[in-house]
Design a protein around this ligand. Structure first.
Ligand code: ZN
Length: 422
């Protein structure tokens, strides 16, 4: 294989994505009809697009193919309907590869040495409802053994008929997933799946570790410290394990959150990761990458990070005892499409000194009351704030009419910000 020297740096990939990406809306707002438009656009650019199957709800499932080389790479995304980031990244990746294949030496070399097939939206019914499961309400990623879902059976057929050497299994994880013992969000997490019950390794698995290291190296230029290693527990019902076991070693790439950045940034990170990995197959860096960059990543962790923490709130449950007490309040947000307001729920009340919120507010100078009169776990976190210097009669019939609050927190937003002093 000729080694290509003229390559794109991760920063150049980022700029290229900024310039031209064809996905024009937040990934979470992309529905099946949008995918049909996107794959139609890819077909008009010259890519091979095929409807390879139908979902349980009879929606078309599409596969895109690019390149004419010997090494076969299979990528699939949105097996879980509410995990959309990689779907858009794949569309943009193919548009890039096709439009640059005569222009960039490494893309030309890639097209000659690799064939890529990708299913960008494996679970279109789940995507339509923005739910994890398919329309049989089965988690497709727990159906690798029984193959009762048309989507899971299709994925197995696409693998078995083609026997690719490299697999990319693309998902989203919770935005509150953290890296090791830090409070840093795991914006991306990687797993080179062994697919063997005893976790033993072999060359395809080692190569995937090196590919993960290549992607980690690229992403470190943007999100160093925010990359985790996905927990490696063999599951005979999961496709990552089974596809590896059937002969296609799989890399799992999870996308989480990055506080303060929107979904387009996450699409861009995935775009950079995939293209750097593919480029490494022709510029020689895959072979020389250090698997330790991947192996030494801290593992994913959960449970220490919340969306919001209100510190030292003086809570008054006016529907109950009315005796104020001081506690921290943690509130989490559920995953929703970008065009919807995500519901928030009180997740924890008490001593949260060892925990962190993506957003934290010091409210020690305020009485805090729930609009329901009783602040409890699972309530909607609609909170009213009263300066502690005020004397409030918590027994009045209509509290907010008699005593206007000094602040109001609803749906994760300060609909009435605290005081003017901040
Ligand atoms: Zn998933």
């Amino acid at each position: 294989m000729t080694i290509i020297a003229d390559v794109q740096s991760p920063k150049e990939f980022a700029e290229l994505w900024d310039e031209f990406h064809i996905t024009t809306k937040p990934a979470s707002n992309v529905r099946h009809a949008d995918i049909e438009k996107f794959v139609g656009k890819l077909a008009s650019l010259g890519l091979t697009v095929e409807e390879v199957g139908r979902s349980y709800g009879n929606r078309g499932i599409y596969q895109i193919e690019w390149g004419k080389g010997e090494t076969r790479v299979l990528m699939w995304s949105q097996m879980h309907g509410d995990e959309p980031t990689a779907t858009s990244a794949l569309i943009d990746m193919f548009a890039f590869l096709e439009t640059r294949k005569n222009e960039l030496e490494w893309v030309k070399a890639l097209a000659e040495s690799v064939t890529i097939r990708a299913v960008p939206m494996l679970n279109p019914d789940g995507a339509e409802l923005f739910q994890r499961r398919n329309l049989q309400f089965i988690d497709i990623n727990r159906d690798a053994r029984r193959l009762v879902t048309p989507e899971g059976a299709l994925l197995k057929r696409l693998r078995d008929d083609w026997e690719p050497e490299i697999g990319f299994n693309l998902h989203n994880q919770q935005e509150l997933t953290t890296v090791g013992s830090t409070f840093k969000q795991a914006t991306n997490s990687f797993l080179a799946v062994s697919g063997r019950e005893d976790g033993s390794t072999y060359e395809g698995h080692e190569r995937n570790k090196r590919l993960c290291s290549v992607m980690i190296g690229a992403l470190n230029e943007f999100i160093e410290g925010n990359i985790g290693r996905y927990e490696d527990d063999y599951n005979p019902r999961a496709f990552g394990d089974m596809i590896s076991r059937w002969g296609t070693p799989v890399m799992l790439i999870e996308t989480g959150g990055f506080h303060g950045r929107d979904e387009s940034y996450l699409i861009k990170l995935n775009f950079i990761a995939y293209l750097t990995a593919l480029q490494s197959l022709v510029d020689g860096t895959q072979e020389t990458a250090d698997p330790l960059d991947y192996e030494s990543l801290p593992s994913n962790s959960t449970g220490t990070l919340f969306n919001y923490i209100l510190r030292k709130a003086i809570i008054v449950n006016f529907a109950k005892s009315k005796v104020p007490f001081t506690a921290d309040i943690a509130i989490n947000r559920e995953r929703r499409r970008a065009d919807q307001t995500p519901p928030v729920f009180v997740q924890e009340i008490g001593d949260l000194d060892d925990y962190k919120g993506l957003d934290e507010y010091d409210v020690e100078d305020y009485f805090v009351v729930s609009t329901t009169g009783l602040l409890k776990i699972g309530s909607r976190g609609h909170l009213l704030f009263y300066k502690k210097a005020r004397s409030i009669n918590w027994d009045v019939r209509d509290l907010t009419k008699t005593f206007a609050p000094d602040g109001e927190f609803k749906d994760g937003l300060w609909v009435k910000p605290l005081g003017g002093e901040r």
